[in-house]
Design a protein around this ligand. Sequence first.
Ligand code: FAD
Length: 471
Amino acid sequence: TPLILWIRRDLRLADHPALAEAASSGRLVIPVFVLDEVAEAYGAAPKWRLGEGLAAYAKALEGIGSRLILRRGAALEVLRALVAETGAGAVWWQRVYDPAAQARDTKVKAALKAEGLEARSFAGALLFEPWEVETGQGGFYKVYTPFWKAVKGRDVASPAAPPKALRAPEAWPASDRLEDWALGAAMRRGAGIVTKHAHVGEAKALDRLHGFLDARVQDYREARDFPGRAATSGLSENLTWGEIGPRTIWHGGVRALQEGAAGGAEGAEHFLKELVWREFAAHLMHHTPEIASQNWREGWDAFPWRGDSDAAERWRRGMTGEPFVDAAMREMYVTGRMHNRARMIAASYLTKHLLTDWRLGLAWFEECLIDWDPASNAMGWQWVAGSGPDAAPYFRVFNPAGQAEKFDSDRAYRDRWIAEGQKKPPQTALDFFAACPESWGLSPGQRYPKPVISLAEGRERALAAYASRDR
Ligand code: FAD
């Protein structure tokens, strides 16, 4: 009987244990993506990016004699219907770890099993399953460094090779048309502009990895903090949609570490450490799913966070008058990505200088990032806000001007994204105005805004709120 391969955020052929086993089993395989309750809830940019990824993946599957069937509806109902139509005896999938998806998968697995089907989930999205890393006391890790020490020497299985062919059923079940889903519809900023910056699909992801390991990994450790330089891998976008597997990246990094003993080893080790931050985020989310919605640390519910405000709206629009922060917000609006240092500065400014609840920032990132990852986003926000595990202490308030001095002293980053005041602004800075909705009333000829709040006043207000909070 055929086997349904339920595809989710795993749009790749290589390094895909479930797909590899399905191919070698000799069974007829029906790959299907379901636009279900979990995917329907994605923000505008992730949804658009999902659509691009699905189009590329459908082509890749055609290249091995298969197809991607598209269906819309509640996951369990759709899978049941497909089983009935095709006579499939099994549904396989690769695990994901965010709470909404896990709840769905648990329900689906139990129901299909109860109906006598083979419902089987596979590893592949992570290097280490969240429950396979335990402290000496048998608990989960709340601090990154011991987590890293616990995993760094472990063997990581070699990535599975991409299958050369997948056996197709005699007749394919009907499929929706991707265009009819209009996954880009909610993208208010011109999706055309984000397209210029996206790297869609497995082949581009592998190019990115090799380009990074060939040319940039040596300098990664020092250069990764400078948002004006192209010093990082850019792979988060592809990891999020599963267009590359973490084992492929891990083994690439380990090879660079071994070959680069002369000078590249430090960079390669640091790169592996960053990749493990992603694992740590998934680990935390698996063990404390509330990390995405509630203050992780005790005592923080009493903190006087502010709700939405004009100031927060100016933050979203890249109009705070603080150039490093605005450059970051505009970069995200135009490209769907933001440099890691810029994420920290922008998040710190919102939660500290503007005293705004981190959940507002988390939601805006979820709306705008094409590399949106529920676990890394939640961990990042709570880390910056001071309310999360292994967090930066609240009293460490990033000074965006000082940070700009240090990490953007040649202004490369700010000039790339802020048109105002430049005689000949670069296309990137102009694209921001083309991308943002007319209702914002912004234009490149406008005067750059005055700061929402002075840095000194914002800092003092944040520290006073912290000191007075009821712990
Ligand atoms: P590289 O420097 O090349 O690193 C390689 C890989 O390591 C990345 O692709 C990523 O998978 C992982 N990684 C690196 N840094 C981190 C980190 N701090 N946390 C978790 N994983 C990391 N990352 C996301 O993928 N999605 C998000 O939604 C997201 N939201 C964030 C929100 C905030 C407030 C902060 C501070 C960070 C967030 N990050 C998020 C983490 C980080 O900023 C990005 O992973 C990184 O900028 C991606 O760029 P890169 O692929 O070039 O990274």
